[in-house]
Write a protein that binds this ligand. Structure first.
Ligand SMILES: C[S@@+](CC[C@H](N)C(=O)[O-])C[C@H]1O[C@@H](n2cnc3c(N)ncnc32)[C@H](O)[C@@H]1O
Length: 255
């Protein structure tokens, strides 16, 4: 009797390992299920996504920055190639001179905006991480865009409020929101003040891997993004467009 429990140990270990494997498989299933309709395009292997990616060609150095960034432990945060192309396009189409990048990481989005700006143009790049942003700086330098990226290392709300206090209300052409999800609504409101008429707010992760459409998902980030999507849709101050590209892209033009 005293030794009976010992013979149960291997069975308990095997059972535990089995449960862990099942848990892992379930997590992968959930991730792939979400990824099958929306997600960070660079980790989707669907042939159509690969085709789209192959037809959105990066600037050489921006492409190298993206490769370096996606290999980092936090690489999932890297802005997709389609979103970056969209940013460069809009900056050029708007003839923009002043942009806001809220959430820099290693700077793919800031780099993409800078590419579309004229020499005297500026991206005010807001982040709190010296570590992530300094990994990107050598690429900004090599790509010839560092002179257009004005990095402000402090909470983005503080930087945006300072710009308002400095009298820069109504002077920005485009704002890209991609920082902490809980503050998305605050960034949007500050952006509305800072943008000129006709300026654009572009919101990344607007579909949050599909979680916004799952009413059972009430995580803080999901609720925050869901609320902002609704607010933008119903906002009489803007013309609104929600695109199912990358991880979802919400676009509002200030009327
Ligand atoms: C998804 S990443 C941004 C990705 C980036 N747009 C790109 O092109 O790869 C989010 C970034 O927001 C930053 N962040 C988090 N909280 C912040 C805050 N309160 N103010 C400014 N940046 C913040 C993080 O340090 C991180 O670098």
């Amino acid at each position: 009797m005293a030794d009976n429990w010992k013979c149960c140990i291997p069975a308990a270990i095997a059972g535990g390992a089995g449960l862990a494997a099942l848990g892992f498989m379930y997590m992968r299933y959930r991730r792939n299920k979400a990824a099958s309709y929306v997600g960070k395009s660079w980790w989707l292997s669907d042939p159509l996504n690969v085709y789209v990616r192959n037809h959105n060609v990066d600037d050489q150095v921006l492409g190298e920055l993206r490769v370096m960034s996606t290999k980092l432990e936090q690489g999932i945060m890297t802005t997709s190639v389609e979103s970056c192309k969209l940013l460069t396009f809009y900056v050029r189409a708007l003839n923009a001179k002043k942009c806001l990048d809220v959430g820099v990481f290693t700077g793919c989005s800031a780099f993409a905006m800078a590419l579309g700006l004229p020499d005297e143009g500026k991206v005010i790049a807001c982040d709190i991480s010296e570590e992530f942003t300094s990994l990107g700086k050598p690429f900004w330098e090599r790509g010839g865009v560092s002179g257009k990226i004005d990095l402000r290392l402090q909470p983005a709300t503080q930087t945006l409020q300072e710009l308002i206090d400095n009298g820069e209300t109504g002077t920005f052409d485009l704002m890209f929101i991609d920082a902490d999800k809980d503050n998305y609504g605050v960034y949007y409101e500050l952006g509305m003040e800072l943008l000129r008429k006709g300026g654009l707010v572009i919101v990344d992760n607007a579909l949050w891997s599909g979680q916004v459409a799952d009413p059972a998902n009430t995580s803080k980030a999901t609720v925050s993004i869901r609320e902002l999507n609704k607010k933008m849709r119903d906002d009489p101050r803007v013309e609104y467009l929600l695109l199912n590209i990358a991880d979802g892209t919400g676009i509002a033009q200030k009327l």
